[in-house]
Structures are given as C-alpha cells and as structure tokens.
Ligand binder design. Structure first.
Ligand code: ADP
Ligand code: F6P
Length: 334
C-alpha cells in the first residue's frame, strides 16, 4: 500500500518549481509541502510559482525553503494561490513561460490542478521540452488515471456535513430539499454524496433524468406513510440554474421544495486525512518521477498503487461515472 516508486535518479536537475492552478482544492497545501520537502531532501532547490499560469507568465516565482511549508499540512486552500489564465492558451505565451522557467534555472515543473491545468501542463512540456509532471488537484474527481483526486474526499465530507443539517430541517418541516453540489460537467461528487447522505434521488449530467419518475417516487413515499421529507442531490451540471429550474418544475406538480446551493463551501476547509495522505504520497512521487527523467505524465493513485499516466490520456480519456451508485441510492430508499 502507498509504496512510492523506486526509480533511480537519472537527471542532473538542480531546481524544480511547483504551482497550483484552476479551482483550489483541499490538499493542495500538503501536496506543495510534499513536493518541496521531497526535492530539498535530495539536494534539489525548489521554487514556488504564485497564482498558477498567471504568475508563471509574469515570472512571479520565489524560492521555497523548508520553513515556508511548515504548518500547512492541515490548511485548506493553497499558499501558492490559484488562478485561471486565458492567456496560457496561446502557444506564444507558453513559449515565453518556458523561457522564464529556464532563466530561473528550473529544470522541472510540478503542476497541481484539474483537467484544464493538466492540458496546459502537457502543452508546455510538449512545446518547450521542459519536463513537467502533473498531480490531480480538484474537488471534482473527474480525472482519468486516479481513483480519487486531491480534495475530493474533503469536498465529499463538507457536503455531507451540510446535508445532514439540511435533513434535520427537511424532516422537521416534512419538506423535500434539492441540494446542488459542484462537479462541473461530471456527477462524481453528486453520486458519492448522494449515497452517503441517503438521498432519495441523485441527478447527474451523465444519466437522463425524468421528472415524472421523481414525482412518482415522492408520491409513493407518502402513500407508504414514509413522510414527505427527503434530500435530492443535484449535480450542478454544465449550465447554471438547473436546480432552480427543477424546483420550479416540481412546484407545478404540487411540491414545495427547498433549494440549497452548496457552492464554494465545498472547495474550502482543512483537508481530510485521506486527502493529506494522498497529497503527500503523490507529491513525493512527482519529484521521484521528475528526477528519474519522466515528463508529460500525471501521477495518480489506483487501487492504492501510485501510477503514472501520460498527460495525453488524461486529456483524451473520460473517467466514467459509476451508474450503480445512482441506482443504489434509489434502491436503498425503497
Ligand atoms: P482546472 O484545472 O481546475 O480544470 P480550468 O479548466 O479552468 O481549471 O483550467 C485552469 C487553467 O489551465 C486555465 O485557466 C488555463 O490557464 C489552463 N488551461 C486550460 N485549458 C487549457 C488549454 N486548452 N491550453 C492551455 N492551457 C489551458
Ligand atoms: O473545478 C472545480 C470547480 O469548483 C467546479 O466544481 C465548479 O464548476 C467550478 O470549479 C467553479 O468555478 P469558479 O470558482 O470559477 O466559480
């Protein structure tokens, strides 16, 4: 379990850089700490890049010492800040970024972020030749090549804490609540949150949803004397406003649903133990792969084993949603 890769040092990289990019996720800090300390322990200098690709393209780069990553293993967010940077989609800008890294004597880069950030990482190494290793840092858990992304477990538990509270009100007032969770185009957060909170129904972009089926299930529940309360977990999906539209539709069917959009609360907070261990293992492994001469890969964890996957696969392959979780929630509710 959690065995770090046993790879020999095969480069003379003297300094590496680390950055966080895209939506922040709890566990980015322990990942930064792990990358920094693993490299320093091998005599490699470490640079932090502020605000992801936005900081990189203006050279907002500073040297990280061991003391800079003290007392961050338990902190949410990212000490390196994060950002979204449209300009990085321009190959000319990426080429300039490569030059900036070389000017600093940086021989390898670790990018911690979601699928967009990892796409940028692939293009950067492909076009400039600078070795780049990615780590999956996003609450969405939508990245191929790893069972869990760094931050997913914390987001799951944050959502559950909130929903358990909402259920108290739902039961007291005999009401149904639509609770919207994040996840962008994917239902990975919704499907796990839904099973774990005992949701009546889970609505995800990957599976067709029928309003009639939901109304039928709510009516059945009442007919069987099981009350009128319930939680329906809705994945935000690609277009905003879905949950309110759904609530309006339910109202036309005589329901009076409450709506709660959990939003960015899911991105914050101290990382869970699972996220801290995952981030620590993957951070150290990223350094090992870089020093062994690997590039254009993402390091993830599959079945408790550290696995490197080409960034091209990360970009082109979709992590499938397990539809059984959505079915299970309904089954366990009958
Ligand atoms: P995440 O990494 O969380 O998926 P985004 O999709 O917003 O978040 O991507 C984060 C950043 O990664 C973008 O703002 C951009 O700087 C970079 N990025 C995303 N897609 C590309 C792309 N096709 N080419 C180059 N850079 C990209
Ligand atoms: O990718 C992480 C994520 O939180 C998604 O779940 C969500 O759709 C998006 O970022 C929200 O982005 P922003 O913080 O820019 O509103």
């Amino acid at each position: 379990m959690y065995r770090l890769p046993e790879l020999k040092k095969n480069t003379n990289i003297k300094a590496i850089a680390v950055m966080t990019s895209g939506g922040d996720s709890p566990g980015m800090n322990p990942a930064i700490r792990s990358v920094t300390r693993a490299a320093l322990n091998q005599g490699v200098r470490v640079f932090g890049i502020n605000r992801g690709y936005s900081g990189l393209i203006i050279g907002d780069i500073f040297e990280l010492k061991s003391s800079d990553v003290t007392n961050i293993v338990q902190r949410g967010g990212t000490i390196l800040k994060s950002d979204r940077c449209e300009a990085f989609k321009d190959p000319v800008v990426r080429n300039q970024a490569g030059e900036i890294l070389k000017e600093h004597g940086i021989g390898g880069l670790v990018v911690i972020g979601g699928d967009g950030s990892l796409t940028g990482a692939h293009l950067l190494t492909h076009e400039t030749g600078l070795p780049v290793v990615g780590l999956p840092g996003t609450i969405d858990n939508d990245i191929y090549g790893t069972d869990d992304t760094i931050g997913f477990d914390t987001a799951l538990n944050t959502a559950l804490e909130a929903i358990d509270k909402i259920r108290d009100t739902a039961v007291s007032h005999e009401r149904i609540f639509l609770v919207e969770v994040m996840g962008r185009n994917s239902g990975h957060i919704a499907s796990q949150v839904g099973v774990a909170c005992g949701a009546e129904m889970i609505i995800v972009p990957e599976i067709d949803f029928k309003l009639d089926a939901l109304c039928f299930s709510l009516a059945n529940q009442r007919a069987e004397g099981r009350g009128s309360s319930g939680i329906i977990v809705v994945a935000e999906g690609p277009k905003s406003g879905l949950t309110y539209r759904l609530a309006n539709q339910l109202e036309t069917h005589g329901e009076k649903p409450g709506v709660c959009i959990l939003g960015h609360i899911q991105r914050g907070g101290r990382p869970t133990g699972h996220d801290r261990v995952l981030a620590s293992c993957l951070g150290a492994a990223a350094v090992t792969y870089l020093m062994a001469g690997f590039t254009d890969i993402m390091v993830g964890m599959i079945n408790s084993k550290i696995i490197a996957t080409p960034l091209l696969d990360i970009m082109n392959k979709k992590k499938p949603l397990n539809p059984q979780l959505v079915e299970l929630a309904q089954l366990l509710h009958k």
